[in-house]
Design a protein around this ligand. Structure first.
Ligand code: MG
Length: 442
């Protein structure tokens, strides 16, 4: 929490540690719309200049725009001040490498070591960095997205779209992008406000009531909701129904692979097996990764994949940049509607139908490892995968995934089945197993 676990002094020292690796290069910095973001941005700028980096400050921006600009500038790296989908009282940093993708775990460990040992390097007084401001570059990012969809087709479809940026920086990009593509745009929660008065920053389905209502009230073709830094997009069809991100990913995958059969798509183990079913239809292949956007991005670059997606609403479109990008996702869905002339609800209904259920159980961080060991024993006899946490496959094709969150003191539980009821039962079953294991170990 801001000024509890993370204050401006911490940011300064963390960023001096990052700057130690990036100096004497130029680093792009930007921030989301949180109340604490200006404070942390100043500390970040100061830390970089102290370490001898020049700073290009692009101000308020979405994370994917900052990533695109970092790569386009051939900068040494980028730093985004944001807590993404987390509640208003939190904040943090996303550290971007020169290729526009978040830095690898190895680099993160290097930075942590410098920070813990307080061994950052400060520049000689004559070599301190300078700061320049460049707030128009968001236009070049938006224009790059436009190049990757068929503008004429989208324009001809005359789509009506409701954009819910959740009072954050998505409103700097998506409404303008879609209206440049000829869509009629209605906004809800369009004003940037770090207290997030409209809804929580996470576009979880239960947070999207206002958007759902606005889509049906306006007779819109679809609605799109972003998280606090607009790298995620969750879609609402014209009937007002909201769909998890792996459903919209499947839709984009279907159309992408129709045009590019045989290609590889990348997704974490928490995604629907519909991703696999669609890949097989088009002689494609799925690379399953641990959960986390860096995992997907880095794997895409490793295997030369052009498309990745996550159940939380991350769409990674490699021809633009192999990072998750909420605005790019909105453009791709617009293009699919324009090309097919179908309703979004019909398109979703045409996908392989599976039901996913999700849950979470509190678990202290220090018990996570032990809980996983014990849970693995409980699953003996079933087919299991250990790409991330424990994924247990059952004979009827259903699966359950239990995995410790990397950022919160919880276990996340996912299950998928052909029948909704079955997925819910699996989540309940494994939630109570985890609860029991935690209470035994406490
Ligand atoms: Mg985010």
């Amino acid at each position: 929490m801001v000024n509890k676990d993370l204050n401006a002094k911490h940011v300064l020292e963390i960023v001096q540690s990052i700057g130690t690796l990036m100096a004497p290069g130029t680093v792009v910095i930007g921030r989301d719309g949180r109340i604490s973001s200006p404070v942390f941005l100043e500390a970040a700028a100061s830390g970089l200049m102290a370490a001898g980096c020049n700073v290009t400050d692009i101000g308020m921006v979405s994370t994917p725009a900052l990533q695109f600009i970092t790569k386009a500038y051939r900068a040494a790296g980028g730093i985004m001040v944001t807590a993404s989908h987390n509640p208003p009282q939190y904040n943090g940093l996303k550290v971007i490498d020169s290729d526009g993708v978040e830095v690898s775990r190895e680099k993160e460990i290097q930075v942590e070591a410098i920070y813990m040992n307080r061994s950052w390097r400060l520049a000689n007084w004559k070599k301190l960095g300078v700061r320049t401001r460049a707030t128009d570059d968001i236009d070049s990012y938006r224009m790059s997205i436009m190049k990757h969809v068929n503008e004429d087709e989208v324009r001809a479809a005359k789509l009506k779209v409701v954009v819910d940026s959740g009072n954050s920086v998505g409103s700097l990009v998506t409404p303008r992008l879609l209206s440049d593509l000829g869509c009629k745009v209605v906004q809800v929660n369009g004003e940037i406000d770090g207290s997030f008065p409209g809804r929580p920053p996470e576009p979880a389905l239960e947070n999207l009531k206002e958007l759902q209502g606005s889509v049906t009230a306006n007779g819109a073709d679809f609605g799109v909701a972003h998280d606090g830094d607009a790298d995620r997009a969750i879609f609402v069809d014209e009937t007002g129904e909201a769909h998890w991100g792996d459903r919209s990913f499947c839709l984009i995958e279907e159309f992408y692979l129709r045009a590019h059969p045989g290609e590889i798509v990348v997704t974490p183990v928490s995604s629907s097996q519909a991703v696999q079913e669609i890949a097989l239809r088009h002689e494609g292949r799925v690379e399953w990764t641990p959960v986390g956007s860096i995992q997907v991005s880095r794997r895409m670059l490793e295997v030369g994949a052009n498309l990745g997606g996550e159940e939380n609403g991350g769409i990674f479109y490699g021809p633009h940049l192999a990072v998750r990008d909420g605005a790019m996702a909105a453009a791709l869905i617009s293009e699919i509607l324009a090309k097919t002339g179908q309703r979004l609800s019909e398109l979703f209904a045409s996908l392989p139908q599976y039901a996913i259920a999700k849950g979470k159980v509190a678990c202290p961080n220090n018990l996570k490892g032990k809980v996983l060991e014990k849970a693995a024993k409980e699953a003996e006899g079933e087919r299991v995968e250990t790409i991330d946490g424990l994924k247990i496959w059952f004979k009827d094709g259903s699966w359950a995934l239990i995995r410790p969150s990397g950022t919160e003191a919880i276990y996340r539980i996912f299950a998928e089945s052909r029948q909704k009821g079955n997925a819910v039962i699996l989540v309940e079953k494994f939630s109570s197993i985890i609860r029991k294991l935690v209470s035994e170990l406490e």
